[in-house]
Design a protein around this ligand. Structure first.
Ligand code: ADP
Ligand code: ZN
Ligand code: ZN
Length: 831
């Protein structure tokens, strides 16, 4: 109790708002929630004139803000925090490290289902009396509103079968016939199951017998009772009645009358009730047969475990097919036994398939799955499941790093070299692999990074002792590594042996595989039919109107598409420049390969797997399954076909256009090419009984990188690359920050980038600041881009200080009145 003489202190809350502002906002806590409000809880507040938004409490205190009058919190949503203090720490860390606002971090971290939307609802104005003012349509709407009390926009649209009703509603508001108000609504809805159970008075055998015979004259009702008893044998065990029976069991049975069931409920024989259930119970659960680890797997997991006693991070470098998954499982089990939480990160695309099925067989429904293709509701369930202890173990994509763990013992990052761990848009531009390492320190847990082709960064840290290193050099079951064959396309072209994109050698092998019912994967890392159209007469090339890039021809869709901005247009029948009819497709993508395969091998079952064929929710999974079951002979795809897939019957992998991948103009090209080509090759011959073969088509079979790929010589590639990186000051010896300046006017963009680069150079020195220069694609969505690349030496430079200096200079440009509507993106540790 507060004494009469003591002044009552008001509570204030510093909130994280989901908007791009750099600081927290202070709101006033009303007395009725003072006792309830906690750090980490969600609240609803008004922000600006009209917006009602969800915010999260970061701090509670009693200091009123000095610069503004604090508004009241409108509503408290959670009595228990939904964000842990560990997470709040992490959010601040991310905002500071990746130079963005904490609200942006929260926005990416929270699943949409935990955010609140405010929705306009339409309500009748009780004082309205001028119906004669209304048009016919307005009167119809008004009648609907009268019937339903209030309606949302969408409901009005649905009722009228019309869209774009905004102007009519506006007119109704203008005539004061209706009032609009904001309704705040939580998106997450628990899944509810309707059940029935017997009234407790029928639980003794006597009363049950009596009840049954009393229904002799109403056989429909009796049948329902008997059906209930067959599922829930209460005469054996009255306790079973508590759980009841799903009502759907009756409704699915055509012989059962719904009316009869209603009567029984009315008579009080059955009681209805509802329960909340998990959406994940639908995924089938088969317990796995015990697997015993091979000797090399045992050794690897023992080494990892031992290394964890001295290192926070261990890198598991195991060749494709070495059986890393079972090693992970072994380690996960141990950590879970110790009572800590485990997070297992996978690249986006790999998550929908085989590995998750395998993990679920071992860990059952104690394992949560967090994937962006899951619904909002499902993601909220994982979030809440972690908070209330249901899920100790979660498998997820990069954003799972933001889940509310408070005691992470282990984070595994599988395929740690994958660039999909890095988020590009929007901010925070975080890398989940790097965050995993940071979080291991925060939680005093461990991080295990795994790959057959580690990133140079991680391997460097392992080599220099910062991380522990464990190597697995044999495939499981002693399956051999595939044999490689390099096909000289230049030579074949001279001898006129190429048939479009297919060398004679590749054609022969395809034929052989088809005859022997063995499966093939063909890899071409470019989707669409052809990357551009060209006129033979005047050399005109199809280009995007908004970007400086050619339009890709998509044959099936019959259109030209920009892969940067999504712009689409019809395919011109004649050259738009000179009118010639000689407009030809140039280059080739997966669609063309598929097309040619069907012409060459009409009886082959060919399937394409790329972004275009896998947009639907389960499309990717279906293709994988069909391929697994042998329903596809040849799978043609982009790098999607390489991600962690494990098939029994693939004896050949064919690679087109390795040269384009190797010679991509980027300093990481060699590393990337090695990773990509090794990974896709690794899909071949994964079983001892069926050795694999990889055919690589290249115009230059003698190039050193190909030799390393053929010999599975990761170390050789590493050593060659790392010395170049050191010499030219690239990661891991430096950290890179890329600044991209964008503007609709090229001159303004160039000038802004120039001024910024100058300011940065003045302090950081010429050797650390590269550019400004236009990127590979200079114009995207009509914005002209200029990149500035900053290289900061790892050991020499105070990274934090350098970053805040950079941020300061960027703000200078953004607030420069002569450079209006400039847009600047800062990407820390760009990849
Ligand atoms: P990686 O991820 O290292 O490429 P996987 O974990 O996919 O390799 O394992 C390769 C194959 O070997 C898989 O089909 C897997 O089921 C099988 N395998 C691995 N370890 C065992 C084991 N101990 N017992 C039986 N099969 C195993
Ligand atoms: Zn032309
Ligand atoms: Zn475009």
């Amino acid at each position: 109790m507060t004494s009469l003489f003591e002044e009552e202190t008001t509570l204030f809350a510093d909130l994280i708002l989901p908007v791009p502002i750099p600081s927290l906002f202070t709101y006033r806590v009303s007395r009725d929630i003072t006792e309830l409000i906690k750090v980490g809880a969600r609240v609803i507040v008004q922000f600006g004139q009209k917006r009602v938004i969800t915010a999260v409490v970061a701090k509670l205190h009693s200091n009123p803000p000095v610069k503004y009058q604090a508004k009241y919190i409108l509503e408290l949503l959670d009595e228990q925090p939904i964000i842990t203090t560990r997470q709040l720490e992490l959010f601040s860390w991310v905002a500071e490290y990746y130079l963005c606002n904490i609200g942006e971090v929260m926005n990416v971290a929270l699943p949409a289902g935990l955010k609140i939307t405010s929705q306009s609802r339409i309500q009748l104005n009780p004082e309205f009396e001028y119906e004669e003012l209304l048009t016919d349509l307005e009167r119809v709407i008004l009648d609907e509103i009268k019937k339903h009390q209030t309606l949302s926009y969408e409901e009005v649209e649905r009722l009228l079968g019309k869209s774009n009703i905004t102007s009519i509603i506006k007119s109704l508001v203008g005539k004061r016939a209706v009032i609009l108000y904001e309704e705040v609504k939580e998106k997450y809805k628990p899944k509810v199951v309707k059940k029935v159970k017997l009234n407790n008075s029928f639980l003794t055998n006597d009363s049950l017998v009596q009840l049954t015979s009393s229904l002799d004259k109403t056989p429909k009702q009796q049948e329902i009772l008997l059906k209930y008893l067959s599922y829930v044998p209460v005469y054996n065990n009255p306790d079973l009645n508590q759980k009841g029976l799903d009502k759907s069991i009756f409704s699915q049975d055509n012989n059962i009358s719904d009316a009869a069931l209603q009567t029984l409920i009315k008579k009080g024989v059955f009681e209805q009730f509802e329960i909340f259930v998990s959406r994940f119970d639908d995924i089938p659960l088969h317990k796995a047969a015990e697997i015993s680890l091979s000797e090399s797997q045992q050794t690897a997991s023992r080494q990892i475990y031992d290394l964890f006693s001295e290192k926070e991070v261990v890198l598991l470098h195991g060749i494709t097919g070495s059986g890393k998954t079972e090693v992970y499982i072994e380690i996960i089990k141990k950590v879970l036994e110790n009572g800590s939480q485990v997070l297992f990160l996978l690249p986006e695309i790999a998550l929908t398939t085989q590995i998750v099925v395998r993990l679920r067989k071992v860990f059952g429904d104690t394992m949560g799955i967090y994937h962006s293709k899951f619904s909002d509701n499902e993601r909220v369930e994982v979030w809440k499941g972690i908070l209330d202890g249901k899920f100790q173990f979660v498998v997820g994509v990069r954003s799972a790093i933001f889940l509310p763990f408070d005691n992470l013992g282990l984070i595994i990052v599988d395929e740690e070299h994958e660039t999909s761990y890095k988020q590009h848009e929007p901010a925070p531009r975080y890398n989940a692999r790097d965050m995993a390492v940071i979080m291991a320190y925060m939680h005093k847990g461990k991080a295990l990074l795994g790959s057959a082709t580690p990133s140079l960064e991680s391997y460097y840290h392992a080599r220099t002792g910062r991380y522990g290193l464990v190597e697995m050099t044999q495939r499981f079951g002693n399956a051999a590594m595939p044999t490689f064959e390099l096909i000289d396309t230049k030579k074949e072209k001279k001898q006129k042996q190429m048939k479009n994109e297919f060398s004679s050698v590749l054609r022969q092998h395809l034929e052989y595989n088809l005859k022997n019912k063995e499966q093939t994967i063909l890899f071409q890392n470019r989707r669409g039919y052809s990357p551009y159209l060209q006129c033979e007469e005047c050399s005109w090339i199809s280009e995007c109107a908004n970007c400086d890039v050619s339009l890709t021809y998509h044959m099936k869709a019959g259109e030209l598409r920009c892969h940067y901005c999504g712009h689409k247009e019809e395919v011109p029948r004649t050259c738009p420049n000179c009118g010639s009819t000689k407009v030809k497709t140039m280059g080739y993508g997966t669609e063309k390969i598929e097309d040619e395969l069907l012409l060459m091998f009409p009886e082959a079952r060919v399937q394409r797997m790329d972004l275009d064929t896998t947009r639907a929710k389960n499309a990717y999974q279906q293709i994988i399954q069909e391929f697994e079951e042998g329903g596809i002979d040849i799978l043609v795809g982009t790098q999607m076909v390489s991600k962690g897939l494990d098939f029994d019957n693939v004896s050949m992998v064919g690679i087109f256009d390795a040269d384009r991948i190797i010679h991509f103009p980027e300093f990481r090209a060699s590393e990337r090419a090695f990773q990509m080509l090794t990974q896709v090759s690794g899909r071949a011959g994964r079983r001892p009984e069926k050795p694999g073969r990889v055919l690589i088509q290249t115009a230059n079979p003698g190039q050193p990188l190909l030799e390393k790929i053929v010999n599975n010589d990761y170390i050789g590639m590493y050593e060659a690359e790392i010395s170049e990186r050191e010499q030219f000051h690239y990661p891991p010896f430096t950290r890179l920050i890329k600044i991209t300046v964008k503007h609709l006017d090229e001159a303004v963009s160039r000038r802004a980038a120039g001024i910024l680069a100058e300011k940065l150079t003045a302090n950081l020195g010429k050797s650390r600041v590269l550019g400004p220069q236009p990127p590979l694609v200079e114009r995207v969505r009509n914005q002209f881009l200029f990149d500035i690349l900053i290289k900061l030496e790892r050991e020499k430079i105070n990274f934090k200080a350098a970053k805040s200096f950079i941020q300061e200079k960027v703000i200078d440009i953004l607030t420069d009145k002569t450079l209006k509507s400039i847009h600047i993106v800062i990407d820390v540790d760009c990849v």
